[in-house]
Design a protein around this ligand. Structure first.
Ligand SMILES: Nc1ncnc2c1ncn2[C@@H]1O[C@H](COP(=O)(O)OP(=O)(O)OP(=O)(O)O)[C@@H](O)[C@H]1O
Ligand SMILES: [Mg+2]
Length: 448
């Protein structure tokens, strides 16, 4: 009867229960004492049958109301192991669900009504137990009792709601119509958005979908999880293992676990290597000269590596930035092997034997290398004014400053802005680069 009327009222006492009890009791009396009611046995049997039918019918209606109210408070337990997740080549299993229609909206509206509150609240005794579980958490004996009351078991009359988040009412309003919800795999080329508040099961749904994708095979499953849910990763790992599929993890926080990506390993032009690395350096103001220097230095290393048939990577570049000698030796050997005479190794051996270590400049002997490096670093170039250099010999170590005539200075101008200045002169005067250099030199001379 409950679902025949236009206005359905399910949040009320199960009044059908009274008529069911009355009908069944009457059936019992008729069966037990037909003579008292002046009935022949056959009439009594027939009457008892009819009364039982009415009783069962009304009882079922009452049971539906009771079940409905119970499911609004707590969804029935629905558990499946990963191997029970259905995997199909035509549909994607989403979970249990029902098609939402007007009836569900009306039921939800009725459930949100203030008068329906008592059907959604846990009983007073359950509320009391939940309060005491927190209060007695540190009290020795009571703590043990409360551990039992907190058990999620059907045998526990005051069991707590399952810690699955979400709102049981949403499921409860249509629980009788629930079935396996699926979507056609062909629809997956489109996008899908799942919207829910935090801890309402979005990632658990993603687990179910990913499990199917991994087990379906013939595909490449890519999971991006910016939040980094550990349970989700575990699930992916387990499913990949079970399906015998390869799992590649990319995580910047755990380089020892993560797949590595060589960002400078592939390029169409060799200069891209230096550009990609140097682009991370600041390039404004005075830093631009340093950036350009770094670019050239890295480019030299990258060119040498590629010439030797090696793939550039960050570690190699770092190693040779701090120890360019090693690269020079390797490259020298490589070059000699390709372009040198056949017996270059013998010649090299003879040369090495003939070197008198004492006749070498101190830097080559490895004496005071730090001091010498410091001097080399101290050398500066002031465009338009002077160029500094370093002399390192057996008897002399000095920093010298060369103030050449304007033309020599103009020829030595290789900075970016200096090149740009020449380009502008070439453009405005329609002249060659050499002529532009003369113009610059004239300018320098006149400012002296
Ligand atoms: N269907 C479910 N079955 C079992 N447990 C669930 C289910 N849905 C949610 N839970 C429980 O709720 C917790 C939160 O679920 P989940 O991580 O999927 O939420 P979320 O919507 O992804 O949250 P967030 O927005 O914080 O990432 C889970 O750790 C799990 O304990
Ligand atoms: Mg999540």
């Amino acid at each position: 009867m409950t679902d025949r009327y236009e206005v359905e009222v399910l949040l009320r006492p199960p009044v059908e229960l009274s008529s069911a009890i009355v009908a069944l009791s009457c059936a019992g009396i008729v069966l037990a004492a037909p003579h008292t009611l002046m009935m022949t046995p056959s009439v009594a049997l027939f009457s008892a049958g009819c009364l039982s039918g009415v009783g069962v019918w009304r009882g079922r209606q009452a049971w539906r109301v009771i079940q409905y109210q119970r499911h609004l408070k707590r969804s029935p337990r629905y558990v499946m192991s990963s191997s029970q997740v259905p995997v199909s080549q035509s549909v994607l299993f989403l979970g249990r669900g029902f098609r939402w229609n007007q009836t569900h909206t009306e039921r939800l509206y009725a459930a949100r009504d203030k008068r329906a509150e008592r059907y959604l609240q846990p009983s007073a005794i359950k509320q009391w137990v939940r309060r005491k579980e927190i209060e007695w958490e540190h009290t020795p004996l009571l703590r043990t009792i409360m551990r039992w009351t907190a058990l999620d078991s059907p045998l526990n009359p005051v069991r707590p709601p399952p810690a699955i988040g979400g709102d049981a009412v949403i499921h409860g309003v249509g629980i009788r119509g629930e079935t396996n919800a699926t979507m056609p795999l062909s629809d997956r080329v489109g996008h899908m958005v799942v919207i829910a508040r935090t801890r309402h099961g979005k990632t658990r749904l993603a687990e179910v979908l990913t499990t199917q994708d991994i087990r379906r095979g013939n595909n490449c499953v890519i999971v991006l999880d910016p939040k980094g849910d550990a349970d989700y990763l575990k699930r992916i790992y387990v499913e990949a293992q079970k399906a015998g599929r390869q799992l590649i993890i990319f995580h910047l926080g755990y380089p020892e676990l993560s797949a590595r990506y060589n960002a400078i390993g592939s390029f169409s032009r060799i200069t891209e290597v230096a550009t990609r690395i140097a682009s991370q350096l600041p390039g404004e103001g005075e830093a631009s000269a340093f950036k350009e220097f770094a670019w050239q230095f890295i480019n030299v290393i990258a060119v040498a590596l590629v010439a030797m048939g090696e793939t550039p990577d960050y570690l190699k570049i770092r190693r040779y930035i701090t120890d360019i000698d090693a690269l020079l030796i390797l490259y020298g050997r490589h070059w000699l092997a390709e372009h040198g005479p056949e017996d270059w190794q013998d010649e090299l051996g003879e040369l090495q034997d003939s070197i008198n270590i004492k006749s070498l400049p101190r830097i080559d002997q490895g004496k005071d290398p730090e001091e010498q490096k410091g001097m080399l670093r101290a050398a500066r170039k002031e465009p338009g004014n002077y160029t500094e250099g370093v002399v390192l010999s057996d008897n002399l170590q000095c920093l010298f400053r060369n103030v050449p005539p304007p033309l020599a200075l103009a020829l030595a101008m290789t900075e970016k802005h200096e090149k740009q200045q020449r380009a502008e002169i070439m453009k405005s005067q329609h002249c060659s680069e050499l002529e532009a250099v003369f113009t610059v030199a004239d300018g320098l001379g006149s400012t002296k």
